[in-house]
Each structure stands twice: as structure tokens, then as C-alpha cells.
Design a binder for this molecule. Structure first.
Ligand SMILES: [Zn+2]
Ligand SMILES: [Zn+2]
Length: 169
């Protein structure tokens, strides 16, 4: 976990701090599947700007996520550029809008912030190809490799039995 010690940054109002920080990224679990950021440590650009009423935090980095395709489970690599921004007031006075959940007692929780920013940036479905045909719901074969359909009434023996009953009546 990467946390950034905010006590090392002394800023006057209007001044800006900018540095490159290595941020450790945790694997993301989406729909029961694990997605691994590669590399696990990314160089991120961190900017802190002191406004009169509080601080503006900005972080940007690029990462690649490795994991299974949502439909066919093929290995999928997703390139994700991240740019996130947080504001934390000097005196939030209980107002959640003015409080960043990643700023706490002079520390900035960079790993958690980066993970949440990454999760927000991801598409609803991670696909190895936007036209992925997925797996056959009947036999489980990869429809991208073997496109096919099933005539269920003929191949499923239960249907065949029903069919013969119908014919008899
Ligand atoms: Zn796929
Ligand atoms: Zn099939």
C-alpha cells in the first residue's frame, strides 16, 4: 500500500507541489474475476495545489490490466489512462462534500485512491474484442473459434422424447 506523507509538503496559498510517486496497485475483482495491474507499481504524477480553503489533489498514471474476457474468458489486456482529482477542505466541518475519503491525518492514501479511480474508469464489460461472440450456452465451446448453433429439439434426447410423444398423440 502506498501512502503519501502530506507533512513533507509545505505550501503557501496558490502554490503547487508536483512530484512523481510510485503507486502500488492492487488486483481488482470484477464479476468474480481477478484483474491484475501490470506493472503492479506505476509511476504516477501527483500534484497538490493549495487553495485558500483547502487542497486540490490530482493524480495521473497509465496502467495495463490483465484478466479474462467477460464473455469468452480469453486473456485480455486493457490499457487504462487515469486522471483523478480530489478536493479536501481545511475545515470540512462534517461536510462530506468537502472531504476527500483518501486524505486522513496528514496522509494521502494513494493506493486506495488509484484503485477506486481505476475501477471507475473501466467499461461495464471487459471484452477481448468488442465483437466477442462468447461461449456457447449449450456446449461451452468458444464461439469465436467455432461459430455454431444447436438445433436443440434434435440433439437433446429429452426433446426427442417429447417430440415422439407429440407425434403419437
Ligand atoms: Zn472474448
Ligand atoms: Zn455449442
Amino acid at each position: 500500500m502506498t501512502t503519501f506523507n502530506l507533512r513533507q509538503v509545505k505550501l503557501r496559498t496558490g502554490a503547487q507541489f508536483r512530484d512523481e510517486v510510485d503507486v502500488q496497485l492492487e488486483p481488482l475483482v470484477l464479476g468474480g474475476q481477478e484483474y491484475l495491474p501490470v506493472p503492479a507499481d506505476v509511476p504516477a504524477e501527483l500534484t497538490i495545489t493549495k487553495a485558500g480553503s483547502g487542497n486540490v489533489y490530482e493524480v495521473s498514471f497509465r496502467t495495463r490490466l490483465h484478466g479474462p474476457c467477460f464473455r469468452c474468458l480469453a486473456d485480455t489486456v486493457l490499457e487504462v489512462p487515469i486522471r483523478a482529482r480530489e478536493y479536501h477542505a481545511n475545515n470540512p466541518a462534517g461536510d462530506e462534500e468537502l472531504r476527500s475519503p483518501y486524505v486522513d491525518a496528514d496522509a494521502l492514501d494513494l493506493s486506495r485512491w488509484a484503485r477506486d479511480a481505476l475501477a471507475l474508469e473501466l467499461p461495464d464489460k471487459i471484452l477481448h474484442d468488442p465483437n466477442c461472440a462468447g461461449l456457447c450456452p449449450v456446449c461451452g465451446k468458444d464461439l469465436n473459434v467455432e461459430p455454431h448453433t444447436h438445433d436443440e429439439e434434435r440433439t437433446d434426447p429429452r426433446w426427442a422424447a417429447l417430440e415422439s410423444l407429440r407425434e403419437q398423440s
